[in-house]
Design a protein around this ligand. Sequence first.
Ligand code: PEP
Ligand code: MN
Length: 336
Amino acid sequence: MVIVMKSHSTDKQLSAVVARVHAAGYRTSLIKGEETTIIGVIGDDRPIDRTQFEMLDGVEKTMPVLKPFKLASRDMHPMDTLIPLNGHMVGAPKIVVIAGPCSVESRPQIMEVAQAVKEAGATALRGGAFKPRTSPYSFQGLGEEGLQYLAEAREATGLPIVTEAMSPEQVPLVARYADVIQIGARNMQNYALLNAAGEIDARVLLKRGMMSTIEELLMSAEYILAKGNAQVMLCERGIRTFEKYTRNTTDINAVPVLKQLTHLPVILDPSHSTGKWEYVAAIARAGIAAGADGLIIEVHQNPPDALSDGAQSLKPEKFAQMVIECRKIAEAMGRM
Ligand code: PEP
Ligand code: MN
């Protein structure tokens, strides 16, 4: 449930209400707006008797949060969550573009592509050092060496880095290098990993599982939020359907649905959602038109030679063109 304080309530009244909620055995999360303060009340699954809080001084009203996700819900937190990234705020009107190769393959490769995506206007650099591959015989990533190259690329370009952690044990190591820790589709319901990501002070990009519902994605975000880390961005990266002409099916519906259900920023990944570079720009444009807060795009200087996901990687020139088009759409939507 949420407790909405009266617009002229005092700090003292607020503290008294919070103390009363804690005394009743619940946790609180405070959301201070310009006009009103909302107290999110978090307990277990048992119904909360709201009347005991409604008569307290300074309380305007209480409202139940009926959705299974609470902290992730817009009912609990009506204002958009804004997450700083390279001088921008993810979730604010201006869109962000995260770009780079699927995998970090070598020092020269990541340095070159980092420079190219920076010149094209990227906000952040992506690149996997620990790769979740379907086959154990496929390239598994360079591990910590890859993280070191990413850090060098950040040094050279100023772009913050987004890179994946696959297990709770990897979180401290990845967090030492990454500006944003990615949790991949295959690990969306790795609850030990979600808890570990919730326990650190780091930005997280949580990707939707390829066979997960929107509600399951939000419940996974809830794990991270419930541990105290509020800096979560969600990523729609396509879901598995019967369609075979694309690697996945972009659930473009998920963009406005998520924007309505949650205050967390929504990023679209048209690279994994289509699996073919030819369709990436079209779906990127659709995502921005649908209201996504940003994009994550795979870019490689020589896609046929890429060690992973070459078929869906844009060459830098194509990426630069895509950014121009997406920024025009964003502008038409009042998002510049
Ligand atoms: C990736 O970003 O390269 C990746 C493995 O994505 P996903 O987890 O969405 O498959
Ligand atoms: Mn990839």
